[in-house]
Design a protein around this ligand. Structure first.
Ligand code: MOS
Length: 734
């Protein structure tokens, strides 16, 4: 076992002598053909003999207590196998919506909170019976309106500490120029395409759960805790996941209910949440209010910067949207205030959705910088340049790597920024008003503990095993590339086995930490194999050159298969973040550029082109990394122009819990998107030098669209989405 924490920035490891040319190459996804031919098997697609179907019954009101659950009518429907509402193990889930037993806690925290489950021979019967369950409640008036909800300024929940440095009021009073504006963003659904689906079955006292989940190692623990069994008795499988978007980071009540049902019936049980149920059974992103205050001199040098937000959560959950997360290391200024206040509501839980904090926090800060630049008469990129800090402006730690200035310069050059007409509302193309805008992107970088096994097979092929997931991100491919690079084989010589908790526990896919963490573990496992190969070559590991299936040292070239001598060579690796994560300030960075056309008559916005340049450390695969960034930029377009989950403030239900009324950007909304990387290997991040990619693309992207709309029309949008009605009144005369 090679175990290594990132305690120094020295990386003498296997990649230093890499010559295979696999890592970084724009290889297509290994599992792509399975997906496009429909042969990749998703969680709901297995149909074992005798499978039963589960439907969740939710609380009919958003606040109050349950008095009684009467399932008599439901139990009488032919085909119904069991009704679960009295099992104490139903109390489950981590921040996700949890099932509630009819004994014990009877408090209702939100509409749709799981209170019972019907299991039947067919889905149709289960649905029919679910409608017959009577839930008697003692309802109370709920807090459903974010605008009116009580606000706790010093909440005990959330993971992001508040920052208060210096006297903000004083700095604002003494400054030559001040800026003070309030922005808002609506609630967002995660909106992954594949529904939350689970198939559960037992062999004796051992449970297997096939589920659509981003972080199966953690899911295993959560499920075991919920059921009161040893985690060793639980196996979680997720070989294919059709998008996560943060909504599959935890374990929903339906997973635990399926396990309970499967045990009770002695049959496999499966469940897929209908789209509408995901609004209530899966966490969403809170609506936010955000106030930005900046004090600076006439040249734009910032002396004070404050980003203060309010997000909501119910009484049952511990997550709080870390609104100013991305702003904390972004711009210089001695006086600094960053905090998130909590509004208490009786709505479904809020949680991590598509770059929690940064996605919507960067909208406010990056629109504010654009507004301030206009107020000062300074180019918006130049204002950012003047406030680029030399080290983390909040913690004073050195940046591990930060190429933000290069992203601005390269993006501006490629996009044609110098040709921009700064006067808003003056460039026309027929009845369309044309404008361009930009915004910075920043997403904190995290590395988490991860382990992997790598086996050099007697055939000379390589097998990688780790409990990672691939949620459409390219995990299969980059793990193959990492192992191929170090062991000197092409990626197609590597078999990647993931999505199974029987493999070593890895990072999972969340927080943009999956790729760097898991590839680091694979690299270390490969070094374990290298050490054995060196022994067999009678050479020091540093002397080995591995390429095209052969090892060369001391003038000898030997095929890998020959060195394996008929027995596999096993390598095990485990990586953890170590001291460098504490000593340095780590983030991925970028610059978004966007051109929009706004119809001068109707207010319709069309994004014409979008380009971004990004600093993500080492790029593990040019194609899959760019794909992820493009996806993030699409989300930026999506929340700038369309996405808004609307709460019916009378009853705590969502008005639009479906893709018909909740508008995510679709192909027709998305232009050509151009992504470039400025690559600098970040040795403080992890052993492969890769920083997070997945959630960087959305950070700042919405602000670039909104800033382009301002350049096109002169209208400042501070409340997204920028729907037609928000623009019409402010459009210049045709
Ligand atoms: Mo991400 S929202 O942390 O899966």
């Amino acid at each position: 076992m090679t175990e290594q924490a990132i305690d120094t920035a020295e990386r003498p490891g296997g990649l230093k002598r890499a010559v295979q040319g696999q890592l970084g190459a724009p290889l297509p996804r290994i599992e792509g053909p399975l997906k496009v031919t429909g042969t990749a098997n998703y969680a709901f697609e297995d149909a074992p003999a005798n499978v039963a179907y589960l439907v969740v019954v939710g609380a009919p009101v958003g606040a109050g207590t349950i008095i009684a659950i009467d399932a008599t009518a439901a139990e009488g429907v032919p085909g119904v196998l069991t009704v679960i509402h009295d099992d104490p193990r139903m109390m489950a889930g981590e921040g996700n919506s949890r099932a509630m037993p009819s004994q014990g806690s009877r408090q209702i925290f939100h509409v749709g909170q799981p209170v019972a489950a019907i299991v039947a021979d067919s889905l149709a019967v289960a649905r029919e019976a679910a409608a017959l369950v009577r839930v008697d409640v003692d309802a109370r008036a709920g807090r459903y309106d974010f605008a009116d909800a009580p606000v706790d300024e010093t909440p005990a929940i959330g993971f992001l500490p508040s920052v208060t440095k210096g006297d903000l009021d004083l700095a604002m009073r003494d400054a030559a120029v001040t800026f003070d504006a309030t922005y808002s963003t609506p609630a967002h659904f995660p909106a992954a395409l594949e529904p939350h689906a689970t198939l559960a079955w037992w062999d004796g006292d051992e449970l297997t759960v096939r589920t659509s989940n981003q972080v199966i190692g953690a899911a295993r623990g959560t499920i075991a805790t919920a059921l009161g069994i040893d985690a060793a008795k639980v196996r979680v499988l997720a070989p294919f996941v059709g998008g996560g978007f943060g909504g599959k980071t935890g374990v929903g009540a339906e997973v635990v209910l399926a396990a309970i049902a499967a045990q009770r019936l002695g049959r496999p049980v499966k469940v897929a949440l209908p789209r509408r149920d995901t609004a209530y059974l899966v966490h969403h992103r809170s609506e936010t209010r955000q106030r930005i205050r900046i004090a600076c001199d006439h040249d734009g040098h910032i002396s004070a910067i404050a980003h203060e937000g309010v997000a909501y959560q119910n009484d049952d959950s511990g997550f709080l949207e870390p609104i100013p997360f991305g702003s904390i290391p972004l711009y210089s200024g001695d006086t600094r205030v960053f905090r998130t206040a909590l509004a208490r509501v009786d709505l479904p839980p809020t949680g991590a959705v598509r770059a929690p904090g940064e996605a919507i926090g960067t909208f406010a800060i990056e629109c504010a910088m654009d507004e301030l630049a206009e107020q000062l008469g300074i180019d918006t990129i130049e204002l950012r340049r003047r406030n680029e800090p030399a080290c983390d402006p909040t913690s004073s730690k050195p940046f591990s790597t930060r190429r933000l200035l290069d992203c601005y310069a390269e993006g501006a050059r490629r996009f044609g920024w110098p040709d921009r007409v700064p006067d808003p509302g003056t460039t026309r193309d027929g009845e369309w008003l044309i404008g361009i805008g930009m915004a910075a992107a920043l997403r904190g970088n995290f590395t988490v503990e991860a382990a992997a096994n790598v086996r050099l097979e007697p055939s000379g092929r390589v097998t990688v095993e780790t409990d990672m997931t691939d949620i459409g991100t390219g995990t299969y491919t980059i793990l193959a590339q990492t192992a191929g690079e170090v062991l000197g084989v092409t990626a197609d010589q590597v078999d990647v086995r993931i999505g199974d908790t029987n493999y070593p526990k890895s990072a999972g896919s969340g927080g943009s930490f999956g790729a760097g963490s898991a590839c680091a573990a694979v690299l270390l496992a490969c070094e374990d194999v290298l050490a054995e190969l060196a022994l067999r070559m009678n050479a020091a590991p540093e002397e080995l050159v591995l390429r095209d299936g052969c090892v060369t040292a001391g003038g000898r070239e030997v095929p890998l298969a020959e060195l394996a001598r008929g027995e596999p060579i096993e390598g095990r690796g485990k990586s953890s973040p170590g001291q460098q994560a504490k000593r340095t300030s780590q983030a991925s960075h970028g610059a978004h550029f966007c051109e929009v056309a706004v119809n001068g008559v109707t207010g319709e916005v069309r994004v014409r082109r979008m380009l971004g340049v990004f600093d993500v450390g080492r790029v593990l695969n040019q194609k899959t990394a760019a794909n992820q960034i493009i996806g993030g930029m699409v989300w930026g377009i999506s929340y700038a122009l369309g996405e808004a989950a609307v709460v019916d403030t009378r009853n705590g239900r969502f008005v639009n819990p479906d893709f018909g009324e909740y508008h995510v950007a679709v192909n027709a909304d998305v232009p050509q998107i151009d992504v470039h990387f400025i690559e600098e290997i970040d040795d403080a991040a992890n052993q492969v030098g890769a920083k997070g990619v997945g959630e960087l693309g959305i950070s700042g992207a919405g602000a670039a669209v909104i800033n382009a709309i301002h350049n096109a029309t002169g209208v400042r949008v501070r409340d997204v989405p920028a729907t037609l009605d928000t623009l019409l009144a402010g459009l210049p005369p045709v």
